[in-house]
Design a protein around this ligand. Structure first.
Ligand code: KG4
Ligand code: ZN
Length: 340
């Protein structure tokens, strides 16, 4: 695709890897013309988590209107799109397949390139959308429902993995603890809200692997919340929520800060759904101010799953690798490629 082509920068992004059906049009990987997200939270809430079969069926129902709305809000007709980018993994296979089949069909009909995007790479690019002059290298703390990673972003498309969770993802810990405390689904926002009325120092929950490299561990913390509540049935739920959240944020921010020091990074970026957490945002900002680092805290809607980040990552991928062949499939376990 030529960068000088008048429609070349307009990428339609599609995201269906989990429980959000999303479509967006982004120009040149930077300017968002539209970003439509239809959440399935209400459909899954009574099950306490995402039910894969329900998710894929809902994507089937919702994707056509969501794409139509994204084009309408962008003031465009489908054939004016220069490429269709879609999440091809990681995620729930049924949900991914709905998006991938739809994206390939649109690309074929409109005669434009299809670009397969790694969902995690999409999260890494979310900061670029709101901070076009983002300074690199940056340490990105990618914290979502399925992943927890510290990544050094050296240039667009060039990343080094500094560390990752050896068991639960941070978002998974939020969701499991919220379910145990009866706070509902999704757990992260519920704990965030509940913790506002609690004392973060009330209970000294363990900080897994703190001071020990850049890997994370959250399963011990989850177990210790359960053990504590069993032993102290009268404890105030607000204090448990606040102390749990404090333990997670303490480890995340301490490691991101140490990673920035060790690598000489100029910035710390937050990415992924847990980056919407109010205490994590506050604490990251404090550390960046104290250490003279640039804080990049994407807006909450850009932290959680959306298709603008997929269109952006797709635009960059198109520049570096060209279109993805139409016979490439979805991969529920797709991994991000890191520099060694
Ligand atoms: O990135 P995301 O939308 O989907 C995945 O790719 O996983 O992240 C969803 C995760 C869930 O675990 C959710 O509980 C968590 O992000 N989350 C939060 C907050 N908002 C969403 N965790 C803590 N505090 C929040 N405010
Ligand atoms: Zn995500």
């Amino acid at each position: 695709m030529s960068a000088t082509d008048s429609r070349s920068g307009r990428v339609l992004g599609i995201e269906t890897s989990c429980d959000e059906t999303a479509a967006s049009v982004v120009v040149d990987g930077r300017h968002v013309l539209s970003s439509v997200v239809s959440s399935q939270i209400d459909l899954h809430a009574r099950f306490g988590g995402v039910v894969p079969e329900i998710a894929s069926r809902a994507h089937l129902d919702l994707l056509t209107p969501v794409v139509a709305e994204a084009l309408l809000q962008a003031g465009m007709e489908g054939p004016e799109v220069a490429a269709v980018a879609c999440t091809v993994g990681p995620g729930l296979i049924g949900s991914l397949l709905v998006g991938v089949a739809h994206a390939k069909a649109l690309a074929l009909v409109w005669g434009v390139p299809f670009v397969g995007v790694n969902h995690l790479e999409g999260h890494l690019y979310a900061s670029f959308l709101e901070e076009p002059d983002l300074e690199l290298p940056a340490v990105v703390l990618l914290v979502s429902g399925g992943h927890t990673m510290l990544v050094l972003m050296e240039a667009p498309g060039s990343y080094r993995l500094l560390g990752q969770t050896i068991d639960d993802a941070a978002g998974e810990a939020f969701d499991k603890v919220a379910r145990y405390l009866g706070l509902g689904y999704p757990g992260g926002p519920a704990i965030d809200r509940t913790a506002m009325d609690g004392d973060p120092q009330a209970i000294a929950f363990p900080r897994g692997l703190k001071g020990d490299g850049f890997d994370f561990s959250f399963s011990g913390l989850k177990t210790s919340v359960v053990t504590y509540v069993r032993k102290h049935p009268d404890v105030a739920t607000v204090d448990v929520a606040a102390s749990f959240q404090e333990a997670v944020v303490d480890v995340l921010v301490t490691k991101a800060r140490a990673a920035a020091h060790e690598t000489g990074a100029k910035a710390i970026c937050l990415a992924g759904g847990v980056a919407a957490n109010s205490v994590l945002r506050e604490r990251t900002l404090d550390v960046c101010i104290a250490d003279g680092l640039h804080p990049y805290l994407p807006s909450r809607s850009m932290c959680t799953d959306n298709a603008a980040m997929i269109a952006t990552a797709g635009w960059w991928r198109l520049q570096s690798d060209g279109p993805t062949p139409l016979d490439a499939g979805a991969d529920p376990n797709l991994r991000l490629l890191f520099q060694s």
